[in-house]
Ligand binder design. Structure first.
Ligand code: HXC
Length: 513
């Protein structure tokens, strides 16, 4: 017996010794925390249970090997703010966090466990990709991970946190998950690195320019969240988790709010400017309406003409989508359509009601958009709204014109509640376009075309581009006083709490791609 325990203690001590001062220092010098520190930051104190801590690395013949126990990844489960979560953290100190067979098997094991138990999974990624000396086995390991990412999609929330390199095919596991966090300056993601770019295209590019956090936050839209350091990135992950259910069967965690649902905000009446062409920041409206002005925005710097994020209204977790008049007048383009569609798909998978604040002049015109496939990409947004079975509520703040009216959760597309503010302009097109088509001859013949345009625009707004025709026809359920928006939304969410919809049976739909 004594021998058995001595061996047990010896193994544990060896593992502890692995995490010596040098181990921490090496990674701190790179401006990063170690895998162990990251795990401890993520999980509630003393709640993390490590699995397969002693996995030996594979025996490989190419010389470069490691004796590190655990094969460069810490994997296991614990609680985050009291809720069960699985996670793995790649250890850059062990062969650059590269993915060998044992390393892959550990990740695969917790992916399977997370799926079986219906728990969210978080991957803390800091890796040089497939471990070169393990050859095809490490590629097979990635394939196993990717397949599980796909199987778990829409079943449990999957979050990827890039805290160092993510190179080569390694970027595709994060890309298959629901949200990607990146840490500024220390993380980057690319399919082919700067060396290959140089060889193939003879272009000089730094890792940061090719796939740093700001590239993915602003341009590519790959990163949903960017924080300045490891600590804040992990805090961001915890904030996101607080809005998400454990799995697709459960509802997102409601929270009793001390922000009264019948709080009346008269300032909302002044938030849409009198001049229909004057921009404003729709975030101000969102924050005024939601509980305690708390709004967790997603991908705030990418496709900024649409806003997406999570908030609570009367305690109900809500996915918020809003056209942003401050950017491109809120027009829908390819990037904003894709951004919003993806967000809707997530909300719908995880029982999160969607509230849409609408102020959209239409789709962005031009050859650039048409040639890049706005038809295909705009269809993604239509498809996502129309397919979603979660409660769907729209508030038309101002413009709601043409195809964009239809797309943004209009009544006939499946909106459960469609409200409009008195400032709403709902019509086939804006006054300028409509007058140019309908009154072309009269304008050509007019002595003072500008005066006639002005007169006709006022008439058009009064007679056509207002919310009352839609209200009378039932396309709008109610024209509301903006000050009461919060209460109206809360009541709508409450009445829709038990909404059920059954879609026609099928293997799966053919989403436009
Ligand atoms: C084995 C690796 C490794 C890898 C890094 N290391 N990447 N070992 N396989 N893929 C080791 C290094 O040899 C080094 O070991 C240690 O990790 C740290 O690496 P450095 O290069 O010293 O660090 P740094 O300068 O910070 O550069 C990090 C890096 C670079 C940018 C990640 O190492 C790199 O470019 N690695 C290769 C990236 C890559 O091309 N991976 C394969 C992608 S293909 P020592 O012992 O010296 O400390 C792929 C296919 C996936 O992933 C397939 C899915 C379909």
């Amino acid at each position: 017996m004594q021998n058995a325990y001595a061996k047990f203690a010896e193994r544990r001590q060896k593992l502890e010794e692995q995490y010596n001062d040098e181990y921490f220092l090496k990674q701190h010098k790179r401006g990063k925390l170690t895998a162990l520190e990251r795990i401890h930051l993520l999980f509630d104190e003393d709640s993390f249970e490590e699995m397969d801590a002693f996995s030996p690395p594979a025996n490989v013949s190419f010389g470069k090997s490691t004796k590190a126990m655990g094969d460069g990844v810490i994997a296991g489960y614990g609680t985050v703010n009291g809720r069960q979560v699985f996670a793995f953290a790649q250890d850059f100190n062990v062969l650059g966090g590269s993915l060998g067979t044992a390393h892959a098997n550990k990740i695969i094991k917790i992916q399977d466990m997370a799926l079986k138990t219906g728990s969210p999974i978080v991957g803390l990624i800091d890796s040089g990709g497939a471990r070169i000396q393990e050859g095809v086995s490490s590629l097979a390991g990635y394939a196993g991970i990717f397949r599980r990412n796909v199987l778990a999609s829409g079943v449990i929330p999957q979050i990827s946190v890039i805290m160092g390199p993510a190179a080569g095919g390694a970027v595709y596991s994060p890309a298959l998950t629901d949200f990607i966090f990146m840490t500024a300056d220390t993380s980057y993601m690319f399919v082919t690195g700067p060396d290959v770019v140089k060889q193939v295209l003879n272009q000089e590019v730094t890792p940061e320019e090719l796939g740093g956090a700001s590239v993915h936050a602003f341009k590519s839209g790959v990163a949903d969240f960017v924080f300045n350091d490891d600590e804040h990135t992990i805090l961001g992950v915890k904030a996101l988790l607080s809005f998400l259910p454990d799995n697709h069967i459960e509802n997102p965690p409601t929270m009793v709010s001390d922000d009264p649902v019948d709080r009346i905000d008269e300032q909302l009446r002044k938030m849409v400017p009198d001049d229909p062409n004057q921009p404003y920041d729709v975030r101000d409206i969102i924050k005024t309406v939601v509980d305690k002005n708390r709004f967790l925005e997603i991908a705030e710097n990418h496709a900024a003409n649409i806003i997406t994020g999570f908030a609570r209204i009367g305690g109900y977790v809500t996915g918020i989508i809003a056209n942003q008049p401050k950017v491109l007048a809120g027009a829908l383009d390819i990037d904003s359509s894709v951004k919003a569609a993806r967000f809707i798909n997530f909300c719908d998978s995880f029982n999160i009601p969607i509230v849409t604040f609408e102020d959209v002049p239409g789709f962005l015109p031009g050859t650039d958009q048409e040639h890049s496939g706005i038809i295909r990409h705009g269809a993604k947004l239509l498809y996502a709204y129309a397919r979603a079975t979660v409660p769907k509520i729209t508030v038309v703040l101002r413009k709601s014109y043409g195809g964009a009216y239809i797309v943004m959760n209009s009544k006939n597309l499946g909106g459960d509640f469609n409200f409009a503010w008195p400032t709403a302009e709902i019509a086939v097109m804006g006054p300028e376009g409509a007058i140019a088509i309908l009154y072309r001859k009269e304008l050509e013949a007019a002595e003072d075309p500008e005066a006639l345009k002005k007169e006709l625009a006022a008439k058009y707004r009064d007679e056509i581009a207002n919310p009352y025709i839609s209200d009378e026809k039932g396309f709008i359920d109610e024209v509301i006083d903006p000050a009461y928006t919060r209460l109206k939304l809360y009541r709508a969410l409450k009445v829709l709490e038990k909404k059920t919809v059954t879609l026609p049976g099928r293997k799966h739909g053919n989403t436009p791609l």
